[in-house]
Design a protein around this ligand. Sequence first.
Ligand code: PLP
Length: 376
Amino acid sequence: MLPGPTNVPNRVMRAMLAPIINHRSDDFVELYSDVVDKTQQVFQTQNDIVALSASGTGAVEAGVINLIKKDDKVIIPVNGEFSNRLSQLIAGQGANVIKLETPPGQNATFDQVKEAFDNNKDIKAFYVVHNETSTGTMVNYLDKVSDLTSRNDSFYVVDSVSLLGGTELPVDKWNIDVCMTGAQKAIAAPPGISPISVSPKAKKYMIENPPPTMYFNLARYFHYYEESKHTPFTPALPLLYAYREALEIILEEGLESVFKRHKTCSDALYSGLSAIGLTPFAKEEDRSISIVALNYLEGLQDKIFRDTLAKKFKVLVAGGFGDLKGKVFRVGCMGEVSPYHVMRTISAISSTLAMMGYDTDAQAGLKTAEEKLKDL
Ligand SMILES: Cc1ncc(COP(=O)(O)O)c(C=O)c1O
């Protein structure tokens, strides 16, 4: 139950036993074209796809260095570790960063974003972390942002590393120019492949203004794909096989059903864990559906709690980041998450709290969660 990497189905693990092939062969063309096609289906886009052999940060870095130059004006909401890192990356390019800062657990509102656009007509790009993994918040107005970015022809860039594949994020319908994710979260593949989608407008810009780097220069990937359906550099072949299998599992289940399962399981976790006496960290309307962050009860020791949960009940959850270390813990609700995981997690957390001397009502937690899980 980590906020990533998440559990990887056996079918996906077995896909990595395929022989290592020549990445300049027809076999590779078949594999990589299929990876691109399936990624397009999950991203709901016709845009170009690059499946980078890198962790999520690689895709995020590529999404910045290929678009942002010195003195460009960029708007970005910041309310946690990952949005902060993204804003640092953008600032590192010499850009003029307009940060919309809100307290952790709370998102900038759409009106605040609109106001920033109204006050700055020369915005080059809007960057946003869809799901702030460090605090368990999720931005709910991504469908409306292109009304603002299209007004002054700026780029719309989304870091959905910890959510894409777990909720509705139709890249083409919402006019997202660049969208990045990581395979090890809602897609439920092993870490190491990070896909990125690029719109025709962003692609043209990237080709005309390549960054002074090699590995993350996306224009090289477009060129190789168009010429031969290859990648410019040696890809992580076993991980590509696994990633393709994970996408196939999502498409077999159907996007709508996968999204509903994520939402229902997180509703059940929030209400079940609240019923045993815990309180969610994030503001209700901003709560993530893939990361359930909870406040620690008074005096509860982070390390002892998580170690007990892991050792006695084999349930892994994550601690807090930075200032939130020791104050919150985070339960991942992604990938193959199911009613089994939800019920088992609530029961294990409740038992751990009881072992540590806290009064909890396990039955109330399980009953509340079961009620929410009824229509799955
Ligand atoms: C929102 C977000 N962006 C970027 C990253 C970085 O991904 P990685 O650790 O795979 O490099 C993460 C990782 O958790 C994330 O949650």
